[in-house]
Design a protein around this ligand. Structure first.
Ligand SMILES: [Zn+2]
Length: 209
């Protein structure tokens, strides 16, 4: 069972991907995590990826695809995987088709207003990294429940920055969504709902694959 999950920041994509992997006994493959892990390795590829990440550069499509191809051929992916963070554009989607057969694409559709509301009200603990927001609020304002650390708002989560990133997301993702709709693999989920409801909608689709 090979699934792709797509959604803007604030859609709960990572959380849903983890829940799907757990429920259906498949692997959660996050290309962001994969690249960060490779960057920590003491190899030529690791050093190269590390440099690109530090410079804030995009990792070229052929490199990501090559690394992903190796990752997807590992044993734990034999039963299936839920791919998170890839493909990001139509070119990557075509490269992916060469290395894996995709059975469903879950698109978490979130209104821009809701994304802004969720992200621009998000606070992170400066000690343990715990995230607080509308759904999960700290018992004491500005303090982390888990460790007592101070909560702060990330610079890239100001309303302006969030709107700018959403614009880029929509521009890059539109051709990707169209591609998968044309291939009849696309399943749109209303991500403005609660985490539980979104997961229930996704589960219905995955159970029927
Ligand atoms: Zn904390």
């Amino acid at each position: 069972m090979n699934i792709i999950i797509i959604g803007p920041q604030g859609s709960g994509k990572g959380t849903q991907a983890r829940m799907i992997a757990e429920r259906f006994g498949i692997s959660h493959v996050s290309t962001g995590d994969m690249l960060r892990e490779i960057a920590r390795q003491n190899t030529d590829t690791g050093a190269h990826i590390d440099l690109l990440i530090r410079k804030g550069s995009l990792i070229p499509d052929d490199i990501v695809t090559d690394l992903l191809s190796r990752r997807l051929s590992e044993d734990d992916c034999k039963k299936g995987f839920v791919l998170d963070g890839y493909p990001r554009n139509a070119n990557q989607a075509k490269l992916l088709e060469v290395i894996a057969k995709i059975e469903a694409v879950i698109y978490l559709k979130l209104s821009d207003e809701e994304a802004v509301k969720r992200l621009a009200t998000r606070f992170v603990c400066n000690k343990c990294g715990e995230i607080y927001g509308i759904v999960k609020q700290p018992a004491e304002e500005g303090k982390c429940d888990a460790c007592g650390g101070d909560l702060y708002q990330r610079n890239d989560e100001s309303e302006f920055a969030v709107r700018r990133r959403l614009e880029i997301f929509h521009k890059d993702t539109k051709p990707l969504i169209d591609h998968y709709r044309y291939k009849r693999l696309l399943h749109e989920i209303n991500a403005n709902q609660s985490i539980e409801q979104v997961f229930s909608d996704i589960s219905l689709i995955v159970e029927n694959l």
